[in-house]
Design a protein. Structure first.
Length: 251
């Protein structure tokens, strides 16, 4: 057993994972960012989806200071967070066949848009069907997932496939099956999940790449500013007026 404090062990584990993402996922991050930039430049809209705790990373790029104003949350009632009661209902809904297609049928998502789907395991029916149905509608899909789950678990979708199998670009978070970085002799199960830290870093790196790619083309990235800096609200009002037809969280 290590003499190092659990907090230090966890932070080192998270730093190690972030280093792997930087070194191993650079090309995928670039491709995902360029895909978003292409979508913005061609008049498309941007959406992000995640279920349960995976929704945290999706929400982090919606209406975010320093983020793209065009990123909208594709919400599925009951699975966006852990506020649903009982919380276990959200996990159950992720396994319901047909739910993703019903959500897309009633959403503003259309051909030419881009959808970021965040799912750590990528094994449940909801994210798999979401990706399959979105691509069938002409939507580009970026999957943010742990590829390790595809070999360490079985799919819960009727097709036997995972989220990673239905994406235009896949960002691999490198998280081990079980999402727990630490073990102690005195604790009966592994603990300390790092997926939120790593996944959020992945999607923010993707958005940063998109902003840079737009600027390289001479297009001002539609970025939001913090409302807590002078002039922030006026800046955001201008951006939202300019791109109002592609922003759905104001309606």
């Amino acid at each position: 057993m290590s003499d190092r404090k659990p907090a230090d062990q966890f932070l080192d584990a998270a730093i190690g994972l972030l280093g792997r993402v930087r070194d191993e996922e650079g090309e995928a991050i670039e491709a995902a960012g360029v895909l978003l930039a292409d979508t913005v430049a061609s008049g498309g809209r941007l959406f992000a989806f995640g279920a349960g705790h995976s929704s945290l990373a999706a929400q982090d790029v919606v209406y975010r200071a320093g983020g793209l104003a065009l990123m909208n949350l594709l919400a599925v009632p009951g699975v966006v967070g852990v506020d649903v009661m009982p919380a276990t209902l959200g996990s159950a809904l992720e396994r319901v066949d047909g739910l993703a297609s019903a959500v897309l049928d009633t959403s503003p998502v259309r051909a030419g848009d881009a959808l970021v789907i965040v799912s750590l395991s990528g094994r449940n029916a909801l994210p798999v069907e979401m990706a399959m149905s979105a691509r069938a509608r002409g939507v580009k899909v970026i999957g943010v997932t742990s590829v390790a789950y595809a070999t360490g678990t079985t799919s819960r979708h009727v097709s036997g496939t995972f989220l990673k199998d239905h994406c235009d670009v896949v960002l691999d978070s490198k998280i081990a099956v079980g999402d727990a970085e630490l073990t102690l002799d005195s604790v009966p199960v592994p603990f300390a999940p790092a997926s939120t830290v790593v996944t959020s870093a992945l999607v923010q790196a993707m958005v940063a790449t998109a902003a840079g790619a737009l600027a390289d083309r001479g297009i001002e990235p539609p970025l939001l500013r913090s409302g807590n800096v002078d002039g922030g609200h006026d800046w955001n009002r201008r951006v939202m007026e300019q791109y109002g037809d592609r922003i759905f969280y104001r309606r």
